[in-house]
Design a protein around this ligand. Structure first.
Ligand code: CA
Length: 497
């Protein structure tokens, strides 16, 4: 879709009052108005911690807020019916629904089992540091609250590669389960920690064909039940691409136009993202963790960051059709494990960089559009109150993407502190824009926007610069920007319906 925009319509601290699905249904018309074409919804199934779960600690993938399990029928975000209604409301407004799919691990088992394990070195997972011994592990999932509805599959230790807790000794460690599928972990593409198959809780064993079959059965059920349009695949760094490919191909056999974006979090490590794209052979796009890494650095270094290198090593530069560009997400926000929030002053610049250029599929982050605040413990154990102000320029930047940012692009990414580019516009003569941003002093840049605009007057759509600029007879002009800001120049007195 031309100039599509995704929104991650939640963050780690989205409230647990069960209203997210209905709230998103309500907001759908406004989002469509702003040009949003896809909404990424948080995991919809019951987590191990009931309404407190964000959904990434999966308990029962068939419980979308329908069964009395983990102390609640609804999830943190609402009921199954509200979820289905939300997807419908989005689609009625021309917005596709992206379901968050968490298939690496499960938590909150119903029963323990006595199983044989070997302990591994947490930093070198291929190094076994104990003989085989017996532990009492939380690996049996019977879902007594669901009573076999939709599926009577019972998960047990044969369905998992490892666990991190022995209920007998109360000891926490990484225990490789001794099963028939191999001495070691399942294959993943990277060698971080030796092998990073194991992430958390009871980590799923995809070499077990019954597990693979059950997840295909579930995928079909989930798609038919909720009618989502796309999937965001969680934690794929910790899963075998062999399984992912098999499962994605199966899901696409049911829905050929299924959109997929994977979360392979490897900040600043483009070769690894490319290796994953090779392993999945064009089946999915990836979040551009490399670009996020650059934006984060730029936001922290101020004028010392060389903006002419902002796209260096990014996926949007190397493999643009596979890049979903982000400014922040629920993992990078303050107080989270991968905390690396882009500093607020830089957000308008960052959003201009992902929204107004030809390449990349931008995904905006809920708090940047709405603002939010929350309190949680930091790594030092103290409580912190975090205020994430909304990015005041974001709505205007979304409208610029929707209405103006079309046509040939001319780049002027050529100065340490002041860079810019122009878009020549398409057959609609109202379109086209010139973007200029500075992480230093007030700046100006001589840029070509195209002869079709010769003699036309341009103004800053973001209203940061009060001047009017006239395009010369050759289609060039000297565009202006205030220090530390972005300016987007469009034709004066243009109305967009
Ligand atoms: Ca795994």
């Amino acid at each position: 879709m031309q100039n599509g925009i995704m929104i991650q319509f939640f963050h780690w601290y989205s409230r647990d009052n069960g209203t997210l699905w209905s709230y998103l249904s309500q907001e759908a018309p406004k989002l469509a108005e702003l040009g949003v074409t896809a909404a990424w919804l948080p995991p919809a199934y019951k987590g191990s911690d009931g309404t407190n779960s964000r959904g990434y600690d999966v308990y029962d993938i068939y419980d979308l807020g329908e069964f009395d399990q983990k102390g609640t029928v609804r999830t943190r975000y609402g009921t199954k019916q509200e979820y289905i209604d939300c997807i419908k409301a989005l689609q009625d407004n021309g917005i596709t629904a992206i379901a968050d799919i968490v298939l690496n691990h499960m938590g909150g088992a119903d029963e323990t089992e006595k199983i044989w394990v070997k302990k591994v070195d947490p930093e070198h997972r291929n190094e076994i540091v104990s003989d085989a011994f017996e532990i009492e592990a939380f690996t049996k999932f019977t879902f007594p609250g669901r009573k076999g509805q939709y599926s009577n599959f019972i998960w047990d230790a044969r369905c998992f590669t490892g666990v991190d807790y022995d209920n007998a000794s109360k000891e926490t460690a990484i225990y490789k389960i001794q099963n028939e599928y191999g001495e070691g972990w399942d294959e993943v593409i990277d060698d971080e920690k030796g092998n990073f198959d194991y992430l958390m809780c009871a980590d799923i064993e995809y070499r077990n064909e019954f597990v693979r079959e059950e997840l295909k059965r579930w995928g079909k059920w989930y798609l038919e039940t909720t009618n989502f349009n796309g999937m965001r695949l969680d934690a794929i760094k910790h899963m075998s691409p062999r399984f992912i490919n098999e499962w994605v191909d199966y899901m696409r056999s049911l829905k050929p136009d299924l959109f997929i974006v994977g979360e392979y979090w490897a900040p600043g490590d483009l070769p690894l993202l490319q290796k994953y794209l090779d392993a999945t052979q064009g089946r999915m796009t990836l979040f551009d963790a490399s670009l996020h890494h650059n934006l984060y650095d730029a936001s922290n270094q101020g004028r010392d960051y060389d903006m002419s290198h902002i796209f260096d090593g990014s996926l949007v530069d190397a493999a643009p059709t596979f890049s979903v560009t982000i400014i922040d997400n629920h993992d990078t926000q303050p107080l989270q494990a991968l905390e690396a929030p882009v500093n607020p002053w830089f957000k308008p610049l960052g959003y201009a960089l992902i929204l107004l250029r030809e390449k990349g599929y931008p995904c905006i982050f809920y708090p940047d559009l709405y603002g939010t605040s929350y309190t949680d413990k930091g790594k030092d154990g103290n409580d912190y109150e975090i205020i994430l102000p909304k990015c005041e320029e974001l709505e205007a930047l979304l409208l610029l993407r929707k209405n103006f940012a079309y046509g040939a692009q001319r780049d002027y990414i050529d100065h340490k502190n002041c860079i810019g580019w122009t878009r020549e516009g398409n057959e609609d003569e109202r379109t086209g824009c010139a973007v200029i941003l500075s992480n230093g002093d007030d700046g100006n840049k001589h840029m070509e926007i195209g002869k079709r605009f010769a003699g036309k007057t341009f103004v800053d759509f973001l209203k940061g610069s009060p001047e009017e600029i006239t395009i010369d007879e050759n289609g060039w002009a000297e565009f202006l920007v205030k220090g530390g800001k972005v300016a987007v120049w469009v034709q004066k007195q243009i109305r967009m319906d």
